[in-house]
Design a protein around this ligand. Sequence first.
Ligand code: TYM
Length: 332
Amino acid sequence: MRVLSGIQTTGNLHLGNYLGAIKNWVKMQDEAECLYFLADLHAISIHNDPAELTRNTRDMAAALIASGIDPNRSILFNQAQVPAHPELAWLLNGTARIGWLNRMTQFKEKSGKNRESASAALYVYPVLQAADILLYQSTHVPVGEDQRQHLELTRDIAIKFNQDFGRDVFTIPDAYIPKTAARIMSLRDGTAKMSKSDPSDMSRINLADDTDTIAQKIRKAKTDPEPLPDNEDALEGRPEARNLVNIYATLADTTPEAVLAQYAGQGFGQFKPALADLMVTVLGPITARYNELRSDTAQLDDYLALGAQKARTLAQPTLDAAYDALGLVRGR
Ligand code: TYM
């Protein structure tokens, strides 16, 4: 079992990232060898403020460590220090089909109406993601629901490459997607994903938010006038209510059924303060640790350099095998 996952360095860590992915990353450290990385090379597909990218990269490292990623146990690094990622991505561009990339819904969403002026990097983004995963013979990739299609594409690329070149160069990985927190929704619209790119900060909880901000965002979260029901099926058609129940359940490490058993018949006037309290209890210590860690940039850079060194060593045999399979001549 080899676990790997990544996060873009385009902004702050938010509750969707934390509950949908990072919480599982932390847990999986007890079960396997884990590699977690900052997808800074992915970030340049839409990002173009260099100073901000540098700051975001270190901040994201601090956020992951504060959330419980242990840089001495897991391999924590940023892509830009491991050239094997873009190298393998180029080799895989020979295998990935344009028809496959044309189906990627994230490219369609992110490029929007202005597709002609989207970067080429945004288009081949999923091939770099496949390289990230396949370089390390990863078996489990803990991600949120929005990454499912990229994982399917990674599998398709690996299967085709292995078949085309007649060797098992790559392990076929599986997505590991949580049941309840796979898709945490916006606090302003229960049908839209909580995301870094939503222009309204009220739509998401950021790891850097203080207690008052969290309380205010939950108080103002969109809901409906009905009390909470006693079973999950009755949340059908109530996306905002379902989202808040899911968030509560994941923060409390329990199930939505158990949350409803406790709050059935109560309105949001009662449920929201309980949710805000729980959130502050869980996130408060993480935020405090984050604020401490992010000021020591030298220490963060050391962690990333150490992780990158380990990652480079682990990646090399697979990269060599891919070059060999393709018949590319290289001196050793
Ligand atoms: P990114 O940076 O958008 O998000 C990081 C992780 O957070 C999850 N996530 C969510 N989960 C539940 N609800 C939400 N509202 C929510 N928003 C985000 C994402 O599913 C993801 O797991 N392409 C990836 C980064 C990447 C990667 C990889 C991941 C690059 N290479 C290789 C895995 C393996 C991305 O943009 O994630």
